[in-house]
Design a protein around this ligand. Structure first.
Ligand code: GLU
Length: 439
């Protein structure tokens, strides 16, 4: 049986990867980092440390396919920094996964944890594959064999994976089970926090599924308060209708805001009178997870989506979508980055020149890793928190991170992405200065 998109809850990004492949995502990280490090006059020694990753693990491993063939896969885990706590970050299953992308994503995780004051470092990983080409049981074997290949490079107090593009709670359950199966029996029960984003019954947290989208909406609420902007009746567009995009769309709808255009890998649709996100999710769940053909909206092309006049644009797909070419098309007041790295430095410059506000990814989409932290804590303490408790704690964390970034942007008279970097770099600089370098 081939896995249907609904089975593995794909984060439907735009598949226009050729352009992205030419532009290094890690190069974007370096440019963002250099700008902030110069502005905050980061200690040159600490700058050297943070400009590099700590460990880069590449594993090639064989998996038996349903027809008896053996296929080789390449998996990655990049551990950027662990000064603030264990390495932490998701695993992505996508054909475009490569060392450059994983390096960038791992580095962003370090900044994300630092900005939000959670005791984690940064890591990211994944397998270069198109998960939709494999059956459910093949995906299980691929996941388990990858986990086995990573071995002690992951661990509950060392490096903790989580979901990312095209990876689901079910995949996290297979990682958990494989990891525990390699432990001596009496040690298994104290290791369930080796991975987060698990199904609830396997030790997951309530609220983790919607956490990234929820965090996006909490930061938009703060922006609206700061700007005297009324969310009721406001219009928004969403790029990517996977976990992050669909949850952000649904939660914005609860504010009385109106979704007027949305895009996934199957195409883009629009309806100026509003698209009901819950209804669109329901439709997609019966349409192989895709929104194309949704009867209550008309199909539009990708460029038209970007040109749609709206108050808020939520990119929730892949990297390098807002560039020097596409940023001039946007007709919005705010870009709230649900995706990691959707805007490249040239795109950023255009948005700044045009006076479009940006809530940067490392702040805007931090809700996922924040609730991963809560899941990790619950597992360690054998606790199970109510949804209200999770939501309330997430709100507190992300709102205070938002305030830190806003205040830093004012203090340094800079854009919010640079301000977010300054918050993270300053925190890491303090820690390195306190602890010193061994030996
Ligand atoms: N993959 C998510 C991110 O990019 C979540 C990571 C986590 O929960 O560790 O932030």
């Amino acid at each position: 049986m081939k896995a249907s998109p609904a089975d593995i809850d794909r984060t439907r990004g735009l598949e226009e990867r050729t352009e992205r492949k030419q532009a290094s995502v890690y190069d974007n990280v370096t440019r963002q980092f250099d700008k902030a490090a110069d502005l905050v006059k980061l200690d040159p020694n600490i700058r050297k440390i943070l400009a590099m990753t700590t460990n880069e693990i590449i594993v090639n491993f064989p998996v038996k396919m349903d027809d008896g063939r053996i296929e080789m896969f390449t998996g990655y885990r990049v551990q950027h920094n662990s000064a603030l706590g264990p390495f932490k970050g998701g695993l992505r299953f996508h054909p475009a996964v490569d060392i450059d992308e994983v390096r960038a994503l791992a580095t962003w995780m370090t900044w994300k944890s630092a900005i939000t004051n959670i005791p984690f470092g940064g890591a990211k990983g994944g397998i270069q594959l198109d998960p939709f080409k494999y059956s459910y049981s093949e995906l299980e074997r691929i996941t388990r064999r990858f986990t086995f290949a990573l071995g002690n490079n992951i661990g509950p107090e060392y490096d903790i994976p989580a979901p990312d593009v095209n990876t689901t709670p079910q995949i996290m359950a297979w990682i958990l089970d494989t990891y525990l199966s390699t432990m001596p029996p009496h040690e298994r029960q104290r290791c369930t926090h080796v991975v987060t984003g698990k199904p609830i019954e396997s030790g997951g947290s309530l609220g983790r599924d919607k956490a990234t989208g929820q965090g996006v909406v909490f930061t938009i609420e703060e922006w609206a308060k700061d700007n005297g902007f009324e969310l009721r009746g406001a219009t928004y567009t969403v790029q990517g209708f996977g976990n992050v995009g669909s949850w952000a769309a649904r939660l914005m709808n609860q504010h009385g805001s109106k979704l007027i255009a949305v895009e996934d890998v199957s195409g883009a649709i629009s309806n100026p009178d509003g698209i009901d996100p819950d209804d669109a999710v329901e439709y997609a769940s019966k349409n192989k997870g895709l929104i194309s053909g949704y009867p209550k909206a008309k199909p539009i092309d990708r460029k038209t989506l970007l040109q749609t006049q709206a108050d808020i644009f939520i990119p929730a797909a892949l990297e390098n979508q807002i560039t020097a070419d596409t940023a001039p098309l946007l007709k919005v007041k705010l870009v709230a980055e649900g995706a990691n790295g959707p805007t490249d430095p040239d795109g950023d410059r255009v948005l700044q020149q045009r006076g479009i506000d940006v809530i940067p990814d490392i702040l805007c989409n931090a809700g996922g890793v924040i609730v991963s932290y809560f899941e990790w804590l619950q597992n360690k303490r054998s606790e199970f928190w109510e949804l209200e408790e999770v939501d309330c704690k997430l709100h507190k964390k992300i709102v205070s991170a938002y305030a830190r970034v806003r205040d830093t942007a004012k203090k340094f008279n800079t854009d919010w992405r640079t301000a977010a970097y300054i918050v993270a770099l300053s925190c890491l600089e303090r820690v390195y200065k306190e602890r010193g370098i061994f030996p």
